[in-house]
Ligand binder design. Structure first.
Ligand code: AQP
Length: 336
């Protein structure tokens, strides 16, 4: 049960598997920096999750600091929010184990992210990827979270988290866990890959040309936007339904970055040649990402301060998680 606090609580995290993308920014970070003013906010760098991407382990340390710098550069204020690294709070893994005892093989094997990340690896599919959503549920439930601001791809994991929390509460006939809700942005909840607009933009996509990284230079951004896949047409038509997924993606990105309605952005481009649309959209993206990139570099220049912020955050987070774990263990009759 939650300790007395005036504000509702939000929790969210990003895996430090690589440089963060524009998808991570629009689906998660941009929202977080707005919500932190109204909620008791915890933002985690979920490094243990990224161990499931074996390749990511090579640069985990650098990417953890880069992710922390990106959180701060996106407007997360360490004085308002608790910013910390998942592996610094051991209660996440402890609670994860407890939750695996009530999660079913059936529900975990239905997770689309597990299916897409394991592909046809069959018996070689890693158990860590299978249990990934349970660790995510533990991350959220350890803090008696009310709201989880994430992108659209996380809906299924949030549903599972709610199911596990409800199941545990029902089994123990007690509200041990707060039941969290997902919070999805109206625009930018699913930024698509520029080269394959049927798939979402990802940090660890095989083809980096389809992902706009927050550390990309102006030149790289413009090059990627100019080579974004659209369709065989030449200029934007007034019928939105007839527009290709690639163009819709560019319009949605521009709308989300400039806080305008999608219809307004589409309308502005009706009758304009695709080449010009891409150039203009590229300029908007550059004008938003360039200042962010400069701030990331500034934060990275003082790694000591970054580590200090993360240590303070871990202490605050751990005291909250310990409280929940205490209640959980009591309800399970584990000897104190
Ligand atoms: N394309 C996207 N559009 C909108 N939101 C997105 N998010 C991720 N991609 C998009 C949101 O960013 C947060 C990061 O989640 P994560 O790092 O835990 O893992 P993910 O969802 O699997 O993100 P990636 O970028 O695709 O990472 P990799 O390649 O490492 O698996 C979440 O809130 C997510 O919704």
């Amino acid at each position: 049960m939650k300790e007395k606090t005036h504000k509702k609580r939000i929790f969210s995290g990003i895996q430090p598997t690589n440089n963060l993308t524009l998808g991570n920014y629009l689906g998660a970070l941009k929202n977080w920096s707005l919500l932190q003013h109204d909620y008791d906010s915890l933002f985690c760098i979920v490094d243990l999750h990224s161990l499931t991407a074996i390749k990511a382990q090579e640069s985990l340390l650098e990417n953890t600091l880069l992710t922390a710098a990106t959180y701060l550069a996106s407007g997360i204020d360490a004085k308002l929010s608790t910013l910390f690294v998942q592996s610094h709070v051991k209660e996440h893994t402890e609670l994860s184990w407890i939750l695996t005892t009530i999660a079913s093989m059936g529900e975990l094997s239905r997770m689309t992210q597990f299916k897409s990340k394991t592909g046809d690896s069959g018996e070689n599919a890693k158990a860590g990827l299978f249990c990934y959503p349970v660790l995510m549920a533990a991350d959220i439930l350890a803090y008696q979270t009310n709201l989880v601001p994430v992108g659209d791809d996380q809906r299924q994991h949030i549903e599972l988290t709610r199911d596990l929390a409800l199941r545990f509460n029902t089994l123990k006939k007690k509200d041990v866990f707060t039941i969290p809700d997902g919070f999805y942005p109206k625009l930018g909840a699913r930024v698509m890959d520029l080269q394959n607009p049927e798939s979402k933009m990802s940090k660890s996509a095989e083809n980096p040309k389809g992902s706009l990284f927050l550390v990309d230079t102006d030149k790289q951004i413009m090059k990627k936007v100019k080579s974004a896949v659209t369709d065989s047409g030449t200029e934007v038509t007034p019928h939105y339904e007839k527009i290709s997924a690639g163009l819709k993606n560019l319009f949605s990105i521009e709308a989300a970055l400039t806080n305008r309605a999608l219809e307004e952005v589409h309308h502005q481009y009706v009758g304009i040649q695709y080449g010009k649309v891409k150039e203009s959209c590229g300029e908007v993206i550059i004008s938003c990402l360039a200042p962010l990139r400069t701030k990331v570099e500034e934060y990275l220049n003082d790694k000591g301060e970054l580590i200090n912020i993360l240590n303070i955050g871990a202490k605050k987070a751990q005291s909250l998680a310990q409280h929940t774990l205490g209640e959980v263990k009591k309800s399970l009759n584990l000897l104190p």
